[in-house]
Design a binder for this molecule. Structure first.
Ligand code: TXA
Ligand code: MG
Length: 337
């Protein structure tokens, strides 16, 4: 254990302490409205390299740069299209990441060697305060060990990062619960590279929207993907997860025919009373499911689950983000009944 990981609050004094760590090239666990991130000075190549180490993250997966003012887009990106400003006006601060041509001040390690950079302005007060107080844009991937479910509480970050980073700011539970929507620009269209809380339906009020096919289809090994994160199996609890795509009645019938040690259901809240095997429900609306999905997946690990049968969420609106994360947790295993 390299560090005695300290839990900080979002008081002014504690934010100052966290900002000092960032200024000195260290890493801080940072709450955002989506999930917790591991923040370090985006322009400090050594500090960013430490993030990759702390997470065990593949070197070819770029980090998102977090800013606290839309005007800073120009500081880190060039040739910013008008559409980006239109979207920023509507959705920033908030869970939207825009992939733009990067300026040289963003080191290669942050962009994983790409000539683009993903930029977002989070809406969480503690994240904004940390960026403002440190005077640094912060590179921040989700604060989980690479491959495990993203953290939505400070306790989740502590579980994964204890001893690996000097401090975590406790900003409570993340209200959105799934990571930001990642988009790139193609002429007048935007391409969704990762679905999030800002949905395709919302974006389509401003631009033609292309939903990248790797959101719902696994990449073949060696196939080129537009966002490196799409290559990796993600968000996986230790249990085998299978998605059951069916009506509620058929889902309940199916799980009740299963059983045995370590077998669990992940139903909607409204199915719970009909389930005869142990279960962790994850909500009824897509928003609730987004907010609770990762905590539920982590809970299965704590319980030592071996097999989890998850009821397939809606694929509309925020539901597409929930479905995308669950698909990856399930290694794309879907059983249609
Ligand atoms: O909500 C979020 O976005 C959270 C919080 C902490 O802000 N962050 C997050 O970061 O989810 P991370 O590193 O876990 O996921 C970033 C995703 C990865 O799939 C990565 O491949 C993609 O964004 N990405 C980042 N920069 C990119 C770029 N220049 N081009 C294409 N994809 C990019
Ligand atoms: Mg992540």
């Amino acid at each position: 254990m390299q560090f005695e990981t300290k839990l900080l609050s979002s008081s002014e004094t504690d934010i100052k302490e966290a900002a000092e760590i960032i200024i000195k090239g260290g890493i801080v666990g940072m709450p955002t409205e989506t999930v917790y991130g591991l923040a370090a000075d985006a322009e400090n190549a050594d500090a960013v390299a430490e993030i990759f180490k702390a997470k065990g993250r593949p070197q070819d997966n770029p980090l998102i740069v977090h800013i606290e003012d839309i005007a800073d887009f120009e500081k880190y990106a060039k040739n910013v299209p008008d559409m980006a400003y239109k979207l920023a006006e509507k959705f920033c601060p908030g869970p939207l990441t825009m992939v733009l041509p990067k300026r040289d001040r963003i080191p290669d390690v942050t962009s994983a060697g790409l000539d683009t950079v993903g930029i977002r302005m989070p809406s969480h007060k503690a994240a904004l305060a940390l960026i403002r107080t440190s005077g640094k844009a912060v590179a921040a991937p989700s604060a989980n060990l690479s491959g495990s479910p993203s953290p939505t509480t400070a306790a989740h970050v502590m579980d994964d990062m204890r001893g690996r980073i000097p401090a975590i700011i406790d900003g409570g539970s993340c209200p959105v619960g799934v990571e930001s929507t990642v988009i790139s620009f193609e002429g007048n269209a935007v391409r969704i590279l990762r679905p999030g809380f800002i949905s395709a339906e919302e974006l389509s009020e401003f631009a033609e929207v292309i939903i990248d096919r790797h959101i719902t289809e696994a990449a073949e090994s060696g196939e080129r993907v537009l966002s490196p994160g799409m290559k990796y199996k993600h968000y996986s609890p230790k249990a085998n997860v299978t998605i059951i795509e069916s009506s509620g009645t058929d889902y309940v019938k199916f799980v009740n025919s299963q059983g045995g040690e370590g077998v669990y259901a992940m139903p909607f809240d409204s199915d719970e009373k009909f389930c005869e095997i142990p279960c962790i429900p994850y909500g009824d609306s897509s928003e609730e499911q987004a907010a609770r999905l990762f905590a539920a997946l982590r809970k299965f690990d704590e319980l030592g689950a071996k097999q989890v049968y998850a009821r397939c969420p809606s694929k509309e609106g925020v539901g597409l983000a929930v479905y995308n994360r669950l698909l990856r947790a399930a290694g794309f295993e879907v059983k249609v009944i």
